[in-house]
Each structure stands twice: as C-alpha cells, then as structure tokens.
Design a protein. Structure first.
Length: 255
C-alpha cells in the first residue's frame, strides 16, 4: 500500500519541484513564479469565489454527469439488447459521436439561453457518448453460456437484467463513465467561457482579460486539483462497484 502511494505521488512531486525552482527567478509577465501562483491561491479561491464560482461549477458538472449516466446506461441497455434497434440507430450514433461537443455551444445557447441549463446540456452532450457506446458494447459482450443458463432456469425480466446483463456489462460501463468524467470537466470549463456570469471558466477568463496572470494560473491549478480529487473519488466508487470483478481478476492472476 505504501509503495503504491509513493509511486503515485513521486512524479507529481518531482514535476512541482522542477516547476518551482526553474520558475523561481522568472521575470516573465505571463509566466510568473510558481511561488507567487501558490501565494495568491488561498485568497483567490478560499473566499466568496468558493460559493459564487467553484460550487456552482461542481453542481453543474454533477447534474450533467448524473443525467448522462442515466441516459447513457438506459439507452445503452435498450440498444445493446435489441439487434434490430442497434442496426437502425448505429449510423446516427456514429454521426452524433463525431460532432465535437464545443461546436454545440452556440447552438445550445440559441436554444436554451445562457443560463445553467445550457451549461448542463453541453456537459451531457459530451459525457453521454462514452457511457452509451460502452454500455452497448458491454451488453453485446454478455457471455452466451450465461445467457443460455438463465434461459434454462427461466430467469427473466428484472432479475436477468440486474444479475446478468448489468453485472456483465458493468466493467465497460464503468470504463465509459471514467472517460465521461474527464470530458465533463473539460466541457464544464468551456461552457463557462461563453456568455457566463459565474463559474471557474468564467473567472479564469476574467483574470486573463484583467491581466491578473497569477490569479489566472491559480485557476488552472485549481482545475487540475479538482480533476485529481474527482478521479480519486471515482476510483473509490469503482472499487466498491466492481469489487467482485477485481476479485475474479486477482484470482485468475494467482493461477
């Protein structure tokens, strides 16, 4: 356990140390010393902006991500279990997946305005596809032997869905959810850079326009830290949800 923690923190610590010492004597206006960035970090974010900008950003991310999970898993189960439906919608899914979500921001602004709804829809538009497509593939990959066994024992409906389909597809669903989380963080920031009045992305742009460069860099640092914390939280949830799967893999490796 200690060795794993050391391996995880060694590279970040080394990179931060390199950045700290190489930038210590910097006189560049746009690349201030890391010590100065860290110095303005608490006063910039641990105050009114925590309530006015950080928490609203996280709330929009949480709502959009949760909605994408519900839609992606629900539609993915339906499409993955029905060959005819999959054949009909697959070309449309491939087309929609190829459209970059940031391109939809102006369209969603026209349709939903510039409020929180637009920002949540932008997050959903990007997070949906990894979850949906991974769910479809997970459902398609359900073991045929297990499917025949359920059919033989007349396990149908809700029991079959929960104990066979969902469980068998859950490793790929979780993989899609992990990809969607990182996409959601990116889209959270992008959506707040367009006609917004709050949020981390909005505040970073305000700092840039006001030439408050250390504060701008502190916003970038905050986003990186939030990404790390959310990834760790996701990993804890993943271990709980897929405990049975990791246990099986551990046994297989021992053999």
């Amino acid at each position: 356990m200690i060795r794993r923690i050391l391996l995880a923190v060694t590279l970040p610590v080394v990179l931060v140390a390199v950045w700290w010492f190489t930038s210590a004597g910097s006189t560049e206006f746009y690349f201030p010393p890391l010590a100065r960035i860290v110095g303005v970090f608490p006063e910039t974010w641990f105050g009114p902006r925590m309530v006015d900008d950080v928490l609203p950003s996280l709330a929009r991310l949480g709502i959009g991500y949760a909605a994408a999970l519900v839609l992606g898993i629900g539609l993915g189960m339906l499409i993955g279990a029905n060959r005819t439906l999959r054949a009909v919608v697959e070309p449309l899914l491939e087309f929609l997946r190829a459209v970059p979500p940031p391109v939809l921001v102006p369209i969603l602004m026209l349709m939903a305005g510039i409020g929180d709804l637009m920002k949540v829809l932008v997050i959903i538009s990007g997070c949906l596809w990894p979850i949906l497509l991974n769910t479809v593939e997970g459902v398609r990959a359900v073991d045929e032997v297990l499917t025949d066994t359920c059919r033989s024992y007349k396990i149908r409906g809700r029991l079959r869905l929960l104990h066979l389909t969902v469980r068998s597809a859950s490793p790929q669903i979780v993989a899609g959810a992990r990809q969607a989380l990182s996409i959601g963080i990116i889209l959270m920031v992008i959506s707040e850079m367009f006609a917004a009045s709050s949020g981390i992305g909005f505040t970073v742009i305000q700092f840039k326009d006001g030439f408050r460069i250390p504060q701008m860099w502190s916003g970038v640092l905050l986003l990186g830290l939030l990404g790390v914390l959310l990834a760790w939280a996701f990993r804890l949830v993943e271990r709980r949800v897929l405990g049975w799967y990791h246990g099986i893999r551990a046994v297989q490796k021992e053999r």
